[in-house]
Design a binder for this molecule. Structure first.
Ligand code: ADP
Length: 637
């Protein structure tokens, strides 16, 4: 185990440090310079010297034109220096000629009084000579090859050596540092995955009895719900290395690269077993192969993945975990027993889950004693783990910005607004008329929320523009989380969505484009009631739409005849019309409350649920049944 950790640690180190291609560039540049300079110096030598024939050389001796010669027997070269006195024309030029077998040469030179020289050559060989001549070139070539190889294998792509090398990042247990305690609110998912940990701890226990363990598990759920975190926690709990790779890392432009990366990844994983291999966004390679637009590279990669999963031996303790938010597009072959035969749903956390996630992230942040994470969890229905982590972090940043040492409840509430609606846009100043319209619009929503008994109470209304584009919004706080809704609840929700527009028309007798988003939401809800939830008298229980990409945008797809589609549109219009009429009527009956609350809002820009209900009760009298929001608000303040 130690050994493996060291190996993988080494790998990680290599992964961290990019190849020093700079070294190679320097080395090559130095070599080019050396070659260039030696070539240039030869050229310059050649320009200053001239070759003569041996006969010419002898004639020069006879004519007494030479002052000195140098005889180089090793090179077989005679270098000739003309005399300044007897040959002024040639003085300054150095001549040379080849050595011939002339036994009288020395005598001739002596007779002519020419100085004879010869370079001294030490013929004895030292160790340094041997090293320089024989070892150094090999060392240089080795160094160059080493760096080139490293650069090509580490670059991970490219057309040469990088092909097929996987970019798998190897983590060791002490570096993942994640345990099941860090993954909050996913109890069912943790439960199903726990036996994998036990298997990694003692594979023998299972193999002894003849049990085959699942080769892989597929974590399915919306983005940010903690799939990666859960996979890391399995590695952390089992204290085994964690290989992580995204599906898109496999696929390159070149056909065959993905397949060889898959091979390489499995080879690495098996050499480090027991370990966890985590493939994020597996749909990038695992898409169904029967789609019309084939992609050779993706299909080859998928085929390789399928055959590797068949081929490897689970008893060694390699577990493949994969994550996706589009399980419906995956190839059936991937999901059959023996491959990803387990699907673990990691869904959006419920209220309890959100409270736990907030607690996990609040652990490392200094919080004021009055902070009530339950209240924050209540206002964030639909948020996933990463949103909640973000809310805590933003709140901490807010506290620092305001020079506080601890995070308060207000920081957290402001941070919820920020994550949901964006930052406050303080420079966007609304004109008074616009401000009035926005205020009435938002009060319209909020008042209807309170009036419609079945709807959720309001937590806060604000008309401060936000960076995500809204000019104001109502923060609704569900008193308790609902897992199902009645038809009346949903109809009331449509009335609330349309309350903004109804208020505008009632007060200003004109309408604005500020209700576009409300109308979209109301339409989507009405449509789903008719086509999916069987809540229309006209169509009854027929399923007219199905949902695609359930964990992403949840886009509905119609499965009915065109004529029926037109009828559905009619039915939706009817439902929305009725909802709007009800909104208009309710608001006109409560005009006074609306005016008072809008007035307050225009002046203060923000009104809490408590202040809202105080005004409401003041005008309507205490006889009105007190909605649960007031209780909650009281508890929070
Ligand atoms: P996914 O892989 O599902 O898209 P991640 O696992 O990458 O999501 O989650 C992103 C971050 O969100 C995590 O690093 C963690 O800080 C936070 N997070 C998500 N889910 C949870 C959870 N259940 N408990 C604690 N933190 C969570």
């Amino acid at each position: 185990m130690d050994n493996k950790n060291q190996n993988s640690g080494g790998d990680k180190k290599n992964n961290k440090k990019p190849p020093k291609s700079g070294w190679i560039i320097c080395l090559v540049a130095a070599l080019v310079l050396v070659i260039f300079f030696s070539y240039m110096s030869k050229q310059m030598d050649a320009a200053a010297t001239q070759e003569v024939t041996y006969t010419e050389f002898l004639r020069m001796i006879e004519n007494n034109r030479i002052k000195e010669v140098k005889l180089d027997y090793d090179k077989g070269k005679i270098t000739i220096y003309p005399s300044k006195i007897n040959d002024q024309q040639s003085y300054g030029i150095t001549y040379y000629t080849g050595m011939v077998n002339d036994s009288e040469l020395i005598e001739r030179l002596n007779k002519a009084g020419i100085t004879v020289g010869s370079p001294y050559v030490d013929k004895s060989t030292t160790i340094i000579d041997i090293l320089l001549a024989y070892v150094l070139p090999f060392v240089i070539i080795y160094v160059i090859m080493f760096f080139l190889f490293r650069m090509l294998t580490k670059s991970g792509g490219g057309m040469m050596g990088g092909v097929g090398k996987s970019n798998a990042k190897v983590y060791v247990e002490k570096e993942t540092g994640v345990t099941f305690k860090d993954v909050a609110g996913q109890e069912e998912a943790k439960e199903s995955i726990k036996e994998l940990v036990d298997f990694l701890h003692n594979p023998g226990k299972y193999t002894q009895i003849g049990a085959k363990l699942p080769k892989g598990a597929l974590l399915v759920g919306p983005p940010g719900t903690g799939k990666t975190l859960l996979a890391k926690a399995v590695a952390g709990e089992a204290k085994v290395p964690f290989f992580s790779l995204a599906g898109s890392d496999f696929v390159e432009m070149f056909v065959g690269v993905g397949a060889s990366r898959v091979r390489d990844l499995f080879k690495q994983a098996q050499s480090q077993a027991p370990c966890i291999v985590f493939i994020d966004e597996i749909d990038a390679i695992g898409k169904s192969r029967d789609s019309h637009y084939g992609n050779d590279e993706r299909e080859q990669t998928l085929n390789q993945l399928l055959s590797e999963m068949d081929g490897f031996d689970t008893s060694k303790g390699v577990v493949i975990l994969a994550a996706t938010n589009r399980p419906e597009v995956l190839d059936k072959a991937l999901l059959r027993p023996g491959r990803f035969d387990r699907q673990i749903v990691v869904d959006r956390p419920d209220l309890k889950g959100r409270i736990e996630i907030l607690k996990v992230h609040a652990k490392n942040v200094l919080m004021h004693d009055s902070v009530d994470l339950d209240a924050i969890a209540l206002t964030t229905s639909g948020a996933v783990g990463s949103d909640l982590a973000n809310i805590i972090n933003e709140a901490a940043i807010l506290a620092v910005k305001e020079g506080r040492a601890v995070v308060t409840q207000n920081d957290l509430l402001e941070s919820v607004d920020m994550v949901i609606a964006g930052k406050e846009k303080k420079d966007r100043i609304l004109k008074l008329r616009e401000k009035k319209i926005v205020a009435y619009h938002e009060v319209g929503h909020a008042l209807l929320t309170t009036l419609e008994k079945n709807a959720e109470p309001v937590q806060k209304i604000t008309i401060i523009p936000r960076t995500k584009g809204s000019l104001g919004h109502v923060l609704q706080a569900p008193e308790e989380e609902k897992f199902m809704s009645t038809k009346e609840d949903l109809l009331a929700q449509i009335v609330i969505y349309l309350g903004g527009r109804a208020a505008e028309e009632l007060i200003f007798h004109s309408i604005t484009d500020g209700a576009a988003n409300d109308i979209q939401q109301a339409t989507a809800l009405a449509r789903s009631m008719i086509t999916q939830r069987g809540m229309s008298d006209r169509f009854g229980l027929i399923a007219l739409e199905s949902i695609e990409n359930r964990y992403l945008d949840g886009r509905p797809v119609l499965n009915c005849a065109d004529a029926t589609a037109a009828e559905i549109d009619h039915e939706v219009m009817e439902m929305l019309k009725k909802g709007y009429e009800r909104a208009y009527q309710l608001l006109s009956e409560n005009r006074e409350v609306m005016d008072r609350i809008a007035e307050f809002l225009i002046e203060k820009e923000t009104i809490t649920g408590k202040e809202f209900m105080e005004i409401y009760h003041e005008i309507k009298g205490q006889s009105i049944e007190q909605p649960p929001a007031l209780e909650k608000d009281k508890g929070e303040e």
